[in-house]
Write a protein that binds this ligand. Structure first.
Ligand SMILES: [Zn+2]
Length: 148
């Protein structure tokens, strides 16, 4: 089982949909498991939004994944430069290849997690904006009517 956010090994932390009845199998999903509390909360906040606004839910994981791949290029280049640009890959020792893989995977996972956390932050800002608009609308009189 892989973490739904960063693809690390999941450790049994799951997600369930509070809007579904306890008896409804859709309340739980095997696909949504996480490696850590950090990834779990990064995921569950946007998911809570999705269940509330299913019509406008647009998430494009492939774009995010492509961006995460691109984010590995700089650390990959740095690592290759550190052991010598002129060395062919066939000359790499096993440890060096593993380190190369680690550099790429770390950068990929870090990007995915940061993006999910940014999504959470965007959602939070969005709801705070709505909440403050409602507060202004309910306290304002005729002179302060909100036009939308
Ligand atoms: Zn994770």
């Amino acid at each position: 089982m892989k973490c739904a956010v960063c693809s690390r090994q999941a450790n049994g932390l799951g997600y369930f949909n509070l809007r579904m009845r306890r008896s409804d199998p859709r309340r739980y999903s095997d696909h949504w498991v996480f490696c850590s509390m950090r990834c779990q909360s990064a995921f569950s906040n946007p998911m809570n939004r999705l269940t509330q606004f299913q019509e406008d839910a647009v998430i494009d994981p492939s774009d995010m994944e492509l961006a995460a791949m691109r984010s590995t290029l700089a650390p990959l280049g740095e690592y290759v430069a550190s052991i010598g640009m002129d060395r062919p890959l066939a000359d790499y020792g096993k440890d060096e290849v593993l380190r190369l893989v680690e550099v790429v995977v770390d950068a990929y996972q870090a990007h995915m997690l940061a993006e999910h956390e940014r999504m959470v932050e965007r959602d939070r800002a969005f709801f705070e904006q709505i909440a403050s608009r409602k507060a202004v609308a309910s306290t304002g009189g005729n002179h302060h009517r909100i036009p939308f």
